[in-house]
Design a binder for this molecule. Structure first.
Ligand code: ARG
Length: 591
């Protein structure tokens, strides 16, 4: 980023701190940082703060009076007009047009688009996607894959070191079930035709059988134990299952443009499980219970906060974390505890994010509690998300009632996008239309995901996600394509002398301010891991651009409006492309 390009909100915050200095005679704590946010109603300003209202309470004074005192001390030079007071004591700021114009000029030459690298960067391990062996990736995996990738891209751009880890489920009971199924029920023809769906069939069949038939469950367990003790036949089969699963997943990752730094499955940690359990026993963290080994509550947390307790019939009862079963097998949790050790000690992660659906909330709360008890202070966070629902508000299913495979969903999205492209742009060559349809189709599925608040369930709707209007990928891509069309007409003639930019129209102003806020939005995405903040920002920018474009002629305008508008179009184009790329979407140049 160009040096000295501190965001407007940071500049306003600093000047507010300076203005507060003489107020309150030392009653304001030194570490107090006033909050400045983008204005909720841009008719009254570009930014606002409620600092006067917050401080009036502490200082026992009238908030509007305090606001006017703050304004008196506030240095506006080279930044904004005299701030205004609104309502009960809000202070509104409007950046001057000159400062806006010169900031836009700086952005035209800034590769980082005004986004600073974070001051303190960390090594961030993101555990996402993580499908299971012998199961194709289904629509449920889409949320983890797409959200995890967006967080990884954003974190990298902000300067963090990211380790993207695909923690595939390749160990434990399900492996024994597939092995048993393979040895007893394999249909060779089906396997040759579609290996992964035959593996899934075997797994589902045997899982069901072993639930009702203890004899079969016993056989499956034997297969698991054989595998885990290194039986060559089972080991070879198991490797084949992994290969088949990963090559299916890889095709999808390629289409989605998703890359992992490591793909360490659960099996990778197997050697560590037995000694880990012994250690936890020796340390008194785990104990024997009914032949199994469990971790119980240490009773030093408020029961409401304690994931190892549950309230039943008005009483707090233990809900332990099991780490070794009666039969000697290890649990999902055991592997996850061992995985934390490896990530902290060997991979040297400063923070670990688990992008996993919210049905596993209790598992992660228990896991983090066990880590706390073991004195691990690495920041661990569960980035949870809800379900994808169909129109009927039930979990999204195919017409046949099965969980849709991700590959089929992408195919259908692209087919539908192709129809739109054929209709709108029949003049484009065949291969270009295919490329555009792939980008719009895949982009629509991703955007539908990332524009939602991740913690809620959302309804999967083809019509909505492919609509040309609204907060959708086609709308965003359309805005981008519009910016590009201007530059095709200009034929690469892009040069603006610094002093020729001049912002005057309201429509120019409103996209100019938005463009300057890109550097304010991106760090926020990592605070609460909410990609939908970026999607909303881009949507507002695209809306602003559409109305700017309708109101303000660009190429036929007189100077200095012409250069200014070209600069605004160029910067909008770059921010849209960059932001969409962080969402994992690559927009076509035409559509
Ligand atoms: N394979 C698991 C599943 O599909 C998700 C794994 C998530 N990561 C973890 N470290 N537990 O449910």
């Amino acid at each position: 980023m160009i040096e000295g390009m501190v965001t407007f909100s940071e500049q306003l915050t600093q000047r507010l701190i300076d203005a507060l200095g003489p107020i309150g005679h030392g009653n304001i704590q030194e570490e107090f940082i006033p909050v400045v946010t983008a204005a909720t109603d841009t008719r009254f300003g570009d930014y606002q703060t409620n600092v006067a209202m917050t401080l009036a309470k502490t200082l026992r004074t009238n908030p509007r009076e305090l606001a006017s005192q703050i304004i008196e001390n506030f240095d506006v030079s080279g930044l904004c007009d005299t701030p205004e007071i609104a309502g009960p004591g809000f202070i509104n700021f409007r950046i001057t047009n000159d400062i806006l114009a010169s900031r836009i000029y700086s952005l035209t030459g800034d590769e980082r688009l005004g986004v600073a690298l974070e001051n303190s960067t960390k090594r961030l391990l993101i555990d996402f996607s993580s499908p299971n062996v012998a199961k194709p990736m289904h629509i449920g995996h889409i949320r983890s894959t797409i959200i995890g990738d967006c967080i990884a891209r954003t974190a990298r751009f902000l300067g963090h070191e990211v380790i993207a880890d695909n923690h595939i489920g390749d160990w434990g009971t399900p492996m024994g079930q597939v092995l048993y199924g393979w040895k007893n029920h394999l249909n060779e023809n089906d396997f040759t035709a579609n290996p992964i769906s035959e593996l899934l069939r075997l797994y589902q069949l045997v899982k069901q059988q072993s639930e009702s038939d203890p004899e079969i469950a016993e056989q499956c367990l034997k297969e698991t134990v054989k595998l885990q003790s290194g039986d060559p036949e089972n080991l070879a089969l198991w490797k084949q299952f992994i290969e088949i699963t990963l090559s299916g997943a890889q095709e999808i990752y390629k289409r989605l443009d998703i890359h992992f730094d490591t793909t360490l499955g659960e099996s990778f940690y197997d050697q560590h499980l037995a000694p880990l359990v012994e250690r936890l026993l020796a340390e008194g963290i785990a104990q024997e219970s009914d032949g199994a080994i469990c971790i119980f509550s240490s009773n030093d947390l408020d029961p409401k906060e304690d994931p190892l307790l549950v309230q039943r019939d008005g009483e707090w009862r233990p809900i332990p974390c099991m780490i070794r079963k009666k039969d000697g097998g290890f649990n999902y949790a055991t592997t996850d505890i061992a995985t934390i050790d490896y990530r902290v000690n060997d991979q040297k992660a400063d923070e670990i994010l688990y992008v996993v659906d919210d049905r596993q909330s209790l598992h992660f709360r228990q896991l983090f509690e066990v880590a706390r008890r073991r004195g691990i202070n690495t920041c661990l966070r569960h980035i949870a998300f809800g379900k994808i629902l169909g129109d009927d508000r039930k979990p999204f299913k195919t017409r046949e009632g099965t969980v849709p495979a991700l590959g089929n969903v992408l195919d259908e999205a692209v087919d539908r996008a192709r129809k739109i492209v054929d209709e709108k742009s029949s003049e484009l060559p065949e291969d270009e239309r295919a490329d555009i349809a792939e980008k719009i189709g895949v982009g629509a599925v991703k955007y539908a995901e990332l524009s939602q608040a991740r913690s809620s369930d959302y309804i999967f709707s083809w019509e909505k996600m492919l609509a040309l209007q609204g907060n959708t990928a086609p709308y965003m891509i359309n805005a981008y394509v519009r910016t590009r069309s201007i530059f095709r007409k200009l034929e690469g003639n892009l040069e603006y002398p610094a002093d020729s930019l001049s912002i005057s129209e309201a429509a120019e102003r409103s996209i100019a301010i938005k463009l300057c806020q890109y550097g304010e939005i991106l760090p926020q995405i990592l605070c609460d891991h909410r990609p939908n903040l970026l999607a909303s920002y881009l949507y507002e920018l695209a809306q602003g651009f559409h109305s700017f474009y309708e109101q303000c002629p660009v190429l036929n305008a007189e100077e200095p409006a012409r250069s200014t508008r070209i600069a605004l179009c160029d910067t909008t184009s770059r921010v849209l492309r960059h932001g969409l790329n962080l969402l994992g979407i690559s927009p076509p140049e035409r559509m």
